[in-house]
Design a protein around this ligand. Structure first.
Ligand code: SPD
Length: 279
């Protein structure tokens, strides 16, 4: 067992504390919406926390961004118009950009400071975003933006923070109805939906609310070491297609670091306690 010598950063979440050994704190400033911090860690690269909760690390970001993006993007046969709500670090948009058939990516992040900080400390996440003419930056309220969009998108990705003051609305029935209306008639949506160990109740609520609105609703999992418990869930809902099936034959992407077609199917196979917890 190692001793906790040197400097550490810590996220406390419910009854758990998760610490990483750091070289130094690189950034700490309150934006208009939240406390934004960046640490240089020993083993995980740079690590961003918002209001004390870890969001993204250089070393592990590929897991979250592959899984939030490519499952819905491969479930839809031909995604052309995509909306990303949140995801201010840029990683989700970067992954959508890899699908060459996409014509347009609307990127709506409420906190412009998160993008600015990501540009400085996570350059790989924002690589090419400003040069890609398909990406439309729209800094502002994603909830309002969705309400005003009708029948416009093939895929909507919701890369929010935990359901606190700033992101709580992204987990509600009214928002899900607006997402449904913003999608085209065969559209697919996907959102991060928290952790099955600590937040089964949140996942259950999200799934129940989505089922009231969408024909197809499914949960899948990925393993992300910077979130307490490491087990993370995504909720994918669709007007028509079963998201467990790969339909997109147009996107030829050479190499992912986490996503594979086998994993696409396997990620939906849930442990019994998760199945029971979300019933
Ligand atoms: N508790 C952590 C929730 C993380 C959700 N968003 C991560 C942002 C990565 N783009």
């Amino acid at each position: 067992m190692g001793k906790m010598t040197g400097k550490w950063c810590t996220e406390t979440y419910r009854d758990t504390a998760l610490s990483f050994k750091i070289k130094k704190k690189l950034y700490a400033k309150r934006s208009k919406f939240q406390m934004v911090e960046v640490y240089e860690t020993e083993k995980h690269g740079n690590l961003m926390a918002l209001d004390g909760c870890y969001m993204v690390s250089t070393a592990e970001e590929f897991v979250y961004h592959d899984m939030l993006t490519h499952i819905p993007m491969f479930a839809h046969p031909d995604p052309k118009d995509v909306l990303v709500i949140g995801g201010g670090d840029g990683g989700t948009v970067r992954e959508v950009m890899r699908h060459k058939g996409v014509n347009s990516i609307d990127f709506v992040e409420i906190d412009g400071d998160v993008y600015t900080v990501s540009k400085k400390y996570f350059p790989a996440l924002v690589k090419g975003l400003e040069q890609d003419k398909r990406v439309h930056f729209k800094f502002g309220d994603g909830i309002k933006f969705v309400k005003e969009s009708k029948n416009k998108y093939d895929v909507i990705l919701i890369d929010g923070t935990d359901p606190s003051d700033i992101a709580g609305g992204l987990f509600g029935t009214e928002f899900f109805k607006d997402v449904y209306n913003a999608l085209k008639k065969d559209g697919v949506m996907c959102m991060q939906s928290e952790d099955p160990w600590y937040d089964t109740g949140i996942i259950k609520d999200v799934q129940t609310r989505l089922r009231k609105v969408f024909k197809q609703v499914h949960l899948y999992l990925a393993f992300i070491p910077i979130y307490p418990s490491g087990m993370w869930s995504f909720s994918c809902a669709s007007k028509k297609y079963d998201p467990r099936v790969i339909r997109n034959k147009k996107s030829k992407i050479e190499k992912f670091r986490y996503y594979t077609p086998e994993l696409h199917r396997a990620a939906f196979a849930l442990p019994r306690f998760v199945k029971d917890g979300i019933k």
